[in-house]
Design a protein around this ligand. Structure first.
Ligand SMILES: [Zn+2]
Ligand SMILES: [Zn+2]
Length: 223
């Protein structure tokens, strides 16, 4: 979750434990959701957006590629089929298609095309910060979008090879090429010991942890 002081809150992906995370961190409102891709571990908390509908008094603006929308429609057909239902209602989503850089709640966002095995997915750049989860390759055309990045969050699954995620050695090489001041690795499996792995990472690189908070510089659209 990205929060601008006194400004918008933008959530990236709706993970299956969104409800628990929102309770733990006092997250009661979001201004938008950006989806990286439609794998289960990134979308299955979508139904919990209902709570934010109540706080907002309206739909939550959600941003995704056409491919991601297609899977969201299949997985949450009841939220998109337009059939009126009794009871607590369905999540209300304002759909936005990502097809290039965009502005969300005053925040400038540059999508960064990544490869997650054969699947095209998105990373997101905000100012000098970039979030690159779920990938094992950065296509040539995306490298210029990473120039001058100060803080990066990058996929690093484990030591052993994997078909859709960077291994730790691959992530280290990728992080070195990006050259950010601070690199935080995410999406690790339990195979990676936390303290033992951190102890052998280069200066300026570390494994992420639950509830971690980073200060970043974003680009805001002039009001
Ligand atoms: Zn994935
Ligand atoms: Zn994932």
């Amino acid at each position: 979750m990205l929060e601008v002081d006194g400004g918008p809150r933008v959530l990236i992906d709706t993970t299956p434990d969104l409800r628990q995370q929102a309770l733990r961190h006092g997250l009661s409102e979001v201004d938008a959701v950006l989806y990286t891709h439609a794998h289960a571990d990134h979308i299955l908390g979508l139904d919990d957006l209902r709570r934010f509908n109540l706080e907002r008094g309206g739909p939550v603006p959600c941003y995704a590629t056409a491919e991601t929308w297609e899977t969201l429609h299949q997985t949450f057909s009841y939220a998109f089929d337009g059939v009126p239902r009794l009871g607590g209602g369905v999540p209300r989503i304002a759909k936005h298609l990502i097809d290039g850089p965009f502005v969300v709640a005053g925040l400038r966002v540059t999508p960064v095309a990544l490869l997650h095995g054969r699947m095209p997915v998105l990373g997101f750049r905000f100012g000098s910060f970039v979030y690159l989860t779920d990938c094992n390759a950065i296509p040539a055309e995306s490298w210029p979008l990473l120039a001058g990045v100060d803080t990066v969050i990058l996929d690093a699954l484990r030591e052993q090879p994997h078909t859709t995620h960077f291994t730790l050695p691959e992530a280290l090489a990728t992080a070195a090429r990006i050259g950010a001041r601070e690199t935080v690795f995410t999406h690790m499996t339990h195979d990676l010991g936390y303290a033992s792995t951190n102890a052998r990472l280069p200066e300026g690189m570390a494994l992420a942890y639950d509830g971690q908070s980073l200060e970043i510089q974003v680009d805001l659209e002039p009001a």
